[in-house]
Design a binder for this molecule. Structure first.
Ligand SMILES: Nc1ncnc2c1ncn2[C@@H]1O[C@H](COP(=O)(O)OP(=O)(O)OP(=O)(O)O)[C@@H](O)[C@H]1O
Ligand SMILES: [Mg+2]
Length: 576
């Protein structure tokens, strides 16, 4: 657990090492202080005459070692926190890089809640190990061992008697630890649910309010919050007694040494020096013992965090290959491709050729698998069997970056990021200049609406582009794809927001984008794809027919039906 965490410390490792060393020195100061106090006490009790200077010297020594101890401890804590937060920074940076290697499908399947918990909560949990457990735990364990050894050397019987309080601390702690491990999965499930309910509640606010479903959604949210409260309070309810026993029992290191030691001293078996030394050291070990034991309850949660982080981020990257060399041509082939989300088959043994520099359209009923085929080509998920090739090379052989540089994918739900319009377009090309951005925007027929905005290209579009209309958003993503200028272009439902004017603008943008590329267009409005070189009619994840528009109209009743419905929809919307 600690090794795995420290792996990320990098240059911050030395802060944690120094912190441990300083705490270690501070612990030695504690021993010195008690040793000096012991000297003084023995002197008083044995009625030896001690010179004033000697007494002042000892008292000064005690005060000084306390001051040095405080200083070293503070300095150590400062360094340990620098080391801890530096390591957490490293982890967050590293994990963000790792996430870019996840397949997109996996990110969708995992959901935002899982990543939020990983990036924020699980990583925060490790602060306990790095800032406290390592730098404070080890030196305190060392201190307790040293004190026990000194007592054993002074008198072995007193040594054994000093161990009496340990079972009072350790046994209940083990019981509590086991209990904690048992309820941990439920506790984390409740926490995860709370996370996703909060995200759902806030991000779904638009739908919740518009559909007047406030009470139901609020009820679900409150239930989740209640469960979180109850599970946390439940834990304290069930463990407070054990904590009380530990708190009372463990520091009682004099439990047997005080009565038995005094008796032994009175019968002359034990000298006063030794008795006082033992009692002093017993006293001084109470605080570090409590400190060590206080770390134990955190171990299951920290362990859970480390395991969870490993599960999400740090594993073999199975989805991509190493090839960075581009293929000689951009012909795309689906060869006997089958695919299923979870159990249900969505694509069944499908073979298809998309010749370079041609436009292929996918049509079919809703749910027939059009978007799934497009996503498979961008490697959201791995195919279950068969393969997809670009220029004869299996897409799994390419690195993620290389594949993405060859394919532009304008998805059904057009995605913009919070940031300016210019940022959103520039995403298409690393280091794009302002002129290139404007050029792309002009080609995508969005320049005119952009310059009318308050800050032009520097207008913030809001989270997920919420400040733009659907059609505008779509044209901005087309501008991004034009700037990217990838040899393969996939366009999912590019005319979804079409009114007559917007549709004309989008068509104009598309002709710029698709020219000279291997293109796939998925469209419900079939009049936009009548000029496609090939039209694939999909039905339940299989190819029902394929041909250009005119031939299909004659030979394929399913296509004819889709076409007529599409035409009716256009006419119907015009009549309204
Ligand atoms: N992430 C997912 N997890 C599980 N099932 C999914 C997922 N995405 C799609 N499906 C299912 O796979 C099938 C094919 O979906 P797909 O999105 O490919 O259809 P489509 O042809 O693009 O439909 P539309 O025209 O409505 O966009 C559908 O039955 C759908 O319910
Ligand atoms: Mg779709």
């Amino acid at each position: 657990m600690m090794g795995k965490t420290l792996k990320y410390a990098g240059e911050y490792r030395k802060y944690i090492n120094w912190a441990t060393f300083l705490t270690f020195l501070s612990v030695i100061c504690i021993i010195v202080a008690y040793y000096l106090a012991n000297k003084l006490l023995v002197g008083f009790l044995s009625k030896e005459s001690m010179g004033f200077v000697y007494v002042m010297f000892i008292c000064g020594g005690i005060a000084l070692s306390k001051v040095i101890k405080g200083f070293l401890q503070g300095w150590g804590l400062k360094l340990s926190h620098e080391g801890a937060f530096g390591t957490l920074y490293n982890m967050r940076v590293q994990f963000a890089k790792d996430v870019t290697n996840h397949s997109l499908g996996e990110i969708i399947d995992n959901g935002t809640g899982v990543y939020k918990k990983g990036f924020v909560e699980d990583i925060n949990n490790l602060e306990k190990i790095l800032a406290h457990f390592i730098p404070e735990g080890y030196p305190n364990i060392f201190l307790v061992i040293i004190l026990y050894v000194i007592i054993f050397i002074a008198d072995w019987r007193m040594g054994f008697l000093s161990l009496a309080s340990l079972p009072l601390g350790i046994i209940p702690t083990i019981v509590m630890f086991k209990k904690g491990l048992k309820i941990m999965p439920k506790y984390y499930k409740v926490k995860n649910d709370l996370n996703s309910t909060i995200i759902e509640y806030i991000s779904g606010m638009e739908v919740i309010k518009v559909f007047g479903n406030t009470a139901a959604s609020y009820g679900k949210y409150v239930k989740s919050v209640e469960m979180n409260r109850d599970s946390t309070i439940g834990w304290f309810r069930s463990s407070w007694k054990i904590q009380a026993i530990v708190g009372a029992g463990l520091p009682c290191t004099m439990l047997l040494t005080l009565p038995v030691g005094t008796y032994m001293y009175s019968t002359g078996v034990l000298s006063l020096d030794v008795l006082i030394l033992v009692l002093m050291f017993n006293l001084s070990m109470a605080v570090p013992l409590t400190k060590i034991i206080s770390f134990l309850p955190f171990i299951p949660s920290v362990n859970h965090a480390v395991k969870n982080l490993e599960l999400i981020f740090n594993r073999e990257n199975v989805c991509c290959g190493l090839r960075t060399q581009k293929p000689e041509n951009y012909e795309v082939r689906f060869e006997n491709v089958s695919f299923a989300y979870q159990e249900t088959d969505v694509i069944g043994n499908l073979s298809l050729v998309l010749h370079a520099d041609t436009l292929t359209a996918f049509v079919g009923e809703s749910g027939s698998g059009k978007s799934t085929l497009a996503r498979l080509l961008v490697h959201y998920w791995d195919v279950k069997s068969g393969r997809i090739t670009i220029g004869g090379i299996d897409i799994r052989e390419f690195t993620n970056e290389t594949l993405m540089s060859m394919v532009s994918y304008v998805a059904q739900d057009t995605l913009l990021f919070s940031g300016t319009i210019a940022d959103n377009i520039a995403m298409g090309k690393v280091g794009a200049t302002r002129d290139e951005i404007i050029e792309a925007a002009k080609s995508a027929a969005c320049h005119d609406f952009i310059i009318k905005l308050e800050n032009g290209y520097d207008t913030e579009v809001g989270t997920l582009g919420g400040k733009l209309s659907g059609g505008e958003r779509q044209r901005v993503t087309i501008a991004r794809a034009i700037l990217k200028d990838a040899p393969i272009v996939i366009l999912d439902e590019a005319t979804a927001f079409a009114d007559a004017e917007n549709e004309a603008l989008i068509q104009q943008a598309l002709s710029k984008l698709l020219n000279g590329k291997t293109s796939i267009v998925i469209a419900h409005r079939l009049n936009t794809i009548i000029n496609a070189d090939n039209i694939i009619v999909l039905e339940n994840g299989e190819i029902h027919a394929q041909d250009p528009h005119k031939d299909l109209l004659k030979s394929c009743p399913l296509y004819k039906n889709l076409w007529e419905r599409s035409e009716r929809a256009v006419n119907w919307s015009l009549e309204i």
